[in-house]
Design a protein around this ligand. Structure first.
Ligand SMILES: NC(=O)c1ccc[n+]([C@@H]2O[C@H](COP(=O)([O-])OP(=O)(O)OC[C@H]3O[C@@H](n4cnc5c(N)ncnc54)[C@H](OP(=O)(O)O)[C@@H]3O)[C@@H](O)[C@H]2O)c1
Length: 279
């Protein structure tokens, strides 16, 4: 049995579906009750209380560990989840980390995530670590203003990064959970090309069949908006990357192609599959 945390989110939902379709027994974990694919068990648990994961982990052989943004600065809690997994008999953990752990190792949220990576490496379990860059699904931040006013309001409109489709992350996670060859793998996950927020807005407009206006935000305006849904320090770390990506953050990684045997999906694919959120 495989436990998927974050199972109702951008990455966890397609991962849960893929594992179930591959014929695996899956336990999906989130704090709120949710519909899951046929045959999947759903367990309500809060990762902030690692001992509460025991009912979900009982009998599990593998764990996909996704820590929500508000847990990144939470100290020992996330690392304790790995200990709970080990005592429950889990043998393999695939951790969703972040590209920033390598490219900006000194930001507070990166230091916390690096500590979780280190605990996993030293746990004696089989492990793989996924380090994605920015997600295509961050465009959902614009859903409400696109629905209401056909406006994308964002900072750094002409500064791009190679954002990744969460469906690709899920596919790589499934490969790491199911295939021994990925044990000890550290994969940097990006999309196929650098794409700016302005061009993302154009791709959404094309999928909508309706024009979308781009409104430039200052960094402070963007930080205020982001701080409503994530810790201020995570918003700062994210804005640092969005505003001035380093050469390493601009690089298109070969790892999706290497693991999956196909190129990562372009942003236009994500926009077309998720267009209902913007109508
Ligand atoms: N967005 C980016 O650009 C980016 C870049 C690099 C890395 N990441 C990492 O990717 C992760 C986010 O992935 P995502 O977009 O798939 O997430 P998401 O769509 O925001 O979904 C979060 C999932 O986790 C569950 N969850 C949240 N807090 C929880 C808790 N305390 N205990 C148990 N379950 C909890 C949510 O369900 P409930 O709310 O019902 O609990 C939901 O299933 C984060 O770790 C983030 O750091 C993101």
């Amino acid at each position: 049995m495989i436990v998927v945390t974050g199972a109702t989110g951008n990455v966890g939902r397609p991962l849960t579906r893929a594992l179930a379709e591959a014929g695996r027994q899956v336990t999906a974990v989130s704090r709120h009750a949710a519909a899951v694919p046929d045959g999947v068990r759903h367990v309500v648990a809060d990762l902030a209380e690692p001992a509460g994961l025991r009912p979900a982990l009982a009998g599990a052989k593998a764990l996909f560990l996704l820590l929500s943004g508000d847990m990144h600065a939470a100290g020992a809690g996330p690392a304790d989840i790995i200990g709970e997994a080990a005592v429950s008999g889990v043998r393999r953990v695939v951790l969703l980390s972040s590209q920033g752990v390598a490219t900006r190792p000194f930001g507070p949220t990166r230091i916390a995530m690096r500590a979780v990576e280190d605990v996993l490496r030293e746990s004696g379990l089989e492990w793989a670590i996924l380090r994605p860059g920015g997600f295509a699904s961050n465009a959902l931040w614009w859903a409400e203003s696109i629905r209401a006013r056909r406006v994308v309001a964002a900072p750094f409109g002409d500064v791009g990064v190679p954002i990744i489709d969460p469906a690709d992350i899920a596919e790589v996670a499934a490969a790491c959970l199911l295939d021994d060859r990925h044990t000890g793998g550290v994969y940097e996950l990006t999309g196929p090309e650098v794409i700016t927020p302005r061009r993302q807005a154009e791709a959404i407009a094309a999928a909508l069949g309706s024009p979308v206006r781009f409104q430039d935000l200052t960094r402070d305006e963007a930080k205020a908006a982001m701080a409503q849904s994530m810790p201020a320090e995570l918003a700062e770390d994210t804005l640092d990357i969005l505003g001035s990506p380093s050469p390493a953050e601009l690089r298109v990684s070969p790892d999706v192609q290497r693991v999956l045997g196909h190129a990562p999906r372009p942003f236009a694919d994500w926009a077309a599959r998720n267009i209902a959120a913007f109508r």
